[in-house]
Design a protein around this ligand. Structure first.
Ligand code: HEM
Length: 392
């Protein structure tokens, strides 16, 4: 029974909401509570109760049971669709099957040529900025690189986002997630964002396609996440000269650069949580014997990457761990999710982030300039990436 689950101390009326939004890092709070209250526990929120789980057996049952037995939390779906985006991320049932096939079709080609072109443009732009005595806006440029790559890989169009920061798609996509997050943080409907609606109309004209919703979803889902993965990887390398040297020392294939990206994803997963509910009553059994009655309108917050804490020397940046097979067996570590709704862009994201790491470390020196911070805007990304790039 849900009432038998443990629950962290909470406030009257607002329940756990203040603890979750204070500090702006709810995923870390949820993981800390797993350490203290067990891998399946209960939350009290203004909209009603919710269950949080990182139990490997429950996580696996839920992820494998989508979309047949579990659907995305309707509140999240409604909020995203209210901005005008109807795509594979919010689809369920038969529509999900059709949208997912469309997404897979769009991602079928070999993205390496467009990745190489984009990474080449990035390096040329950074060299020009440095020659001009300017500071490199690392995160903003990685974000535009991810957008440029995803648009080119999925539609064949070259929007030149790296060299043209003010294009309509470059302006639109970064505004969408903050708008969705603002709405998710408030229990009442916010006024319509007319500027966002205008930008969406422009995007529709720019990307004419029967699958517009799915194309836009891919751009949204791919942009911040891939930029964050590449950005954190560079950030960790800046603080670990011996790892930087190991990346530089390797010749093709870029195995070490790939291990660096995977390790950055372990320490700073851009998407560590998915929220679902059962379509009809389903019993879930955890590895520790917890029995949970999942019913419609009970949100289940599935922690995808809690297992990152169970690796040996979990807090240490240690890319070489990915070159051996030392992942602990009980680790739920799914930075790209799992089951039928696993991230369809995972190969593209990894290829792009690895290409960035290999080229940037070859061409530039990296220096860390203070602590980095995370912020949550639907995905988790660096709010500040204090990385100083200089010519080599
Ligand atoms: C490092 C980069 C990325 C990370 C960490 C990431 C992570 C994830 C995760 C955890 C999910 C599953 C969410 C759930 O279970 O509901 C997901 C779904 C999804 N991702 Fe990614 N992603 C990344 C890059 C990309 C890229 C580049 C694209 C597109 C080109 C993309 C498109 C999608 C889509 C469309 C879904 C929804 C799939 C569905 O519901 O069937 N992602 N991603």
């Amino acid at each position: 029974m849900i009432t038998e689950l443990r629950s962290p101390p909470s406030w009257p009326f607002l329940g756990h909401l203040p603890a979750l939004i204070r500090g702006g890092r709810p995923h870390r709070v949820l993981e800390d509570w797993c350490d203290r209250y067990g891998t399946t526990y209960r939350l009290r929120l203004p909209g009603g109760p919710a269950v949080v789980t990182a139990d490997p057996a429950i996580v696996s049952t839920v992820l494998r049971g989508r979309p047949r037995l579990f659907r995305r939390d309707p509140r999240i779906t409604r909020t995203i669709e209210a901005t005008g985006i109807h795509g594979v991320f919010t689809a369920e049932g038969a529509r999900w099957h059709a949208d997912r096939r469309a997404a897979n079709r769009l991602l079928i080609g070999d993205p390496q040529p467009v990745i190489d072109r984009a990474v080449d443009r990035l390096c040329r732009r950074w060299r020009a900025l440095l020659a001009d005595g300017q500071r490199v806006p690392v995160l903003a440029d990685l974000t535009r690189l991810s957008l440029e790559v995803t648009v080119a890989a999925t539609t064949g169009r070259d929007i030149g986002a790296i060299d043209n920061p003010d294009g309509p798609l470059q302006t639109l996509v970064p505004r969408l997630f903050p708008a969705i997050q603002r709405q998710l943080n408030t229990p009442f409907p916010l006024p319509r964002d007319r500027r966002l609606e205008r930008l969406l109309r422009t995007a529709r004209d720019l990307l004419p396609s029967d699958d517009f919703g799915t194309v836009l979803t891919l751009l949204l889902a791919g942009q911040d996440t891939t930029a964050a993965a590449a950005g954190w990887a560079l950030h960790y390398l800046a603080g670990h000269p011996e790892e930087l040297a190991a990346v530089r020392a390797e010749t093709e294939p870029a195995n070490y650069a790939r291990a660096v990206v995977r390790e950055a994803l372990r320490l700073r997963p851009p998407a560590s949580l998915t929220v679902v509910e059962a379509i009809e009553e389903t019993w879930l059994t955890g590895e520790d014997g917890v029995r949970l009655r999942a019913v419609p309108s009970l949100p289940i917050w599935v922690l995808l990457t809690y297992g990152a804490r169970r690796f040996p020397d979990a807090g240490v940046f240690q890319p070489s761990r990915w070159l051996t097979d030392r992942a602990p067996r009980d680790a739920v570590y799914l930075p790209f999710g799992g089951g039928p709704r696993v991230c369809p862009g995972r190969d593209l994201a990894l290829l792009a982030a690895v290409a960035v790491v290999a080229a940037v470390t070859r061409n530039f020196d990296l220096r860390s300039d203070g602590p980095a911070r995370e912020k949550v805007e639907f995905t988790v990304r660096p709010s500040r990436l204090p990385l100083v790039i200089s010519a080599r």
